[in-house]
Design a protein around this ligand. Structure first.
Ligand code: CMX
Ligand code: CO
Length: 146
């Protein structure tokens, strides 16, 4: 079951400048940064609020590490902006299977590694009314489940 907005993914050309905008304008601080080579991103997670399912909601600021990555290609075409939304669940495998059965393309056969050791998969934007949609099981929830 999808129980929170886990994050909104925002593509940017310069991560440090974009982090500074969110800090100076809204007072949001960086909770976590990492490079995910598989996804081709350098990212900063800004925690906005805790959620009633024990998780949290974040902004995920994304700078591409290479031009041929998903975010690199998207930026070249669209410029900066909202790239995807992510829903949180305790069971990304089960929810991805359920959604696949409804005829929505799930991009990965098995979830891959996302921010902070989470497990993630994506739904094709063309099957989701134009919205690239990510499903996330946080690392804590993964550990609790197994
Ligand atoms: N939102 C909405 N539509 C999008 C999109 C996005 N983020 N990215 C691509 N599209 C649309 C394009 O506009 C294009 O539509 P048209 O054919 O009408 O022009 C169509 O999808 C195909 O786009 P493309 O530029 O040819 O790109 P690809 O098909 O090569 O890749 C996708 C699209 C979704 C399969 C790819 O971006 C992907 O695999 N995404 C998942 C991984 C990802 O985004 N990783 C970065 C974030 C990591 C994280 O969150 O941790
Ligand atoms: Co994301």
């Amino acid at each position: 079951m999808l129980t929170r907005i886990d994050h909104i993914g925002i593509a940017c050309f310069d991560l440090d400048k974009t982090v500074e905008f969110y800090r100076a304008t809204y007072g949001f601080e960086v909770f976590h940064t990492e490079v995910n080579e598989e996804q081709g991103v350098r990212e900063a997670m800004l925690k906005i609020n805790e959620t009633s399912d024990g998780g949290a909601s974040y902004l995920q600021l994304l700078e591409p590490t290479r031009e041929d990555s998903a975010v690199g290609k998207w930026l070249a075409k669209n410029g900066e902006g909202v790239h995807h939304i992510a829903f949180g669940t305790a069971d990304v495998d089960g929810d991805a299977d359920d959604i696949r059965q409804k005829g929505v393309r799930v991009l990965y056969d098995q979830p891959r590694t996302g921010s902070m050791g989470s497990r993630i998969t994506f739904l094709h934007p063309k099957d989701c009314h134009g919205v690239l949609t990510e499903l996330v099981t946080a690392a804590e929830a993964t550990a609790a489940d197994h």
